[in-house]
Write a protein that binds this ligand. Structure first.
Ligand code: HEM
Length: 337
């Protein structure tokens, strides 16, 4: 006797398949301790190597923190900042804002060590995220649990850098626009700008603020005059037709404590207007200004450090490749194909 098979209709099967696929994507997320089974030594090895790297050159701590921000803002935290230019096109790392970025060799050195113990397991994007956390910690800043599980992208386009990274002469409206595209709000901006508690800048990014703010050879009136005078001694006006004051001179982002991750950046911004116009822009908005004032007068760093950890995790989730997406390369800078 013929029996009618009770098969679910095709539409239902397709819906179920779509739901299963969605569940797989949802379950492939960043997590603390992603390498606990596949490469248990990963985080310890990165920290140990970072200690050695910073013993050799302490100025790499801020550079490696900055690298995580530049990686995440351009096409997501996918390690593409490490890829080298090739005939097919100019890479992110050769775009103007990244020319002052240092630490590429340090990331390659950590990657090479990881490849000897756990081949093709730990992504470059995760190494950058761990190195940024360790850079903060080894600069007397807070320790936080970093999320891992990112995979690496293999697309790098120099032009994207200018589209995605706000320039140093940004006002608060510009900054909010660039950061909101990455789902980061006003509080996140105020918190993440605390990264400028460590490190230095060339003269180029402040020349306009010091010497030609509105195009009339004037100085930014929101910059404290005494601080401006100090900066002008370090950074003389660019010579006509010169390189725009890039040169070798480096100016501290947070004078007096530029290799210690602490709250003094906020006191510096409040007192002087900060080094870049974008630092000073924090004082142009009630939310960011309120945050600067709160941290500048805090008696303990604990609340700021908790905010910092949360904001770094949030930034570290920007457009990540997880699960089956992306790749794990043997070297960070060289394309596999
Ligand atoms: C509107 C946002 C931002 C602007 C316009 C900006 C701009 C800059 C510029 C122009 C420099 C100096 C580069 C040089 O000449 O060597 C710099 C350095 C630095 N930035 Fe930012 N930045 C921003 C946000 C951030 C964020 C969110 C972080 C961290 C998550 C960060 C971390 C750093 C660090 C640590 C340095 C020092 C680098 C070194 O000493 O090598 N920045 N930034």
């Amino acid at each position: 006797m013929w029996r009618r098979e009770r098969r679910p209709p095709l539409v239902l099967l397709l819906l179920l398949a779509a739901a299963a696929a969605a569940a797989m994507v949802m379950s492939a997320q960043l997590e603390v301790g992603f390498y606990r089974l596949t490469c248990p030594v990963a985080e310890d090895l990165v920290l140990a190597e970072m200690r050695l790297i910073l013993m050799e050159d302490a100025t790499l701590a801020p550079s490696l923190l900055r690298m995580h921000y530049h990686d995440c803002f351009v096409q997501g935290c996918d390690g593409s900042i490490m890829l080298r230019s090739r005939k097919k096109g100019k890479a992110e790392r050769d775009a103007l804002p990244n020319r002052s970025l240092r630490g590429y060799d340090a990331i390659e050195r950590i990657k090479a060590r990881l490849e000897t113990v756990c081949p093709l397991t730990v992504s470059c994007a995760d190494i950058i995220a761990m190195a940024a956390r360790d850079a903060v910690y080894l600069s007397d800043g807070p320790w936080y649990d970093v999320e891992t599980g990112r995979r690496d992208g293999n697309l790098t386009v120099a032009e994207y850098v200018d589209n995605d990274l706000p320039p140093p002469d940004s006002n608060i409206v510009d900054v909010k626009t660039f950061f909101s595209v990455k789902s980061l709000n006003s509080k996140d901006i105020a918190v993440l700008f605390g990264c400028h508690s460590i490190g230095t800048s060339h003269c180029g990014p402040i020349q306009k603020r010091l010497y030609n703010f509105t195009g009339n050879m004037d100085q930014d009136p929101s910059l404290d005059p005494a601080y401006a005078a100090q900066l002008k001694k370090l950074c003389p006006p660019p010579r006509p037709g010169g390189a725009g004051g890039e040169g070798k001179v480096k100016v501290p982002l947070d004078p007096g404590s530029n290799y210690t991750f602490d709250l003094s950046y906020y006191r510096h911004v409040l007192a002087t207007g900060g080094l870049f116009q974008s630092d000073g822009s924090l004082l142009q908005d009630p939310v960011t200004k309120g945050y600067v004032e709160k941290v500048a007068s805090a008696s303990s760093p604990d609340e700021y450090y908790a905010d910092f950890a949360a904001a770094m995790l949030k930034m570290g989730r920007t457009d990540v490749l997880v699960g089956d997406l992306g790749e794990i390369r043997p070297t960070c800078g060289i394309f596999v194909d």
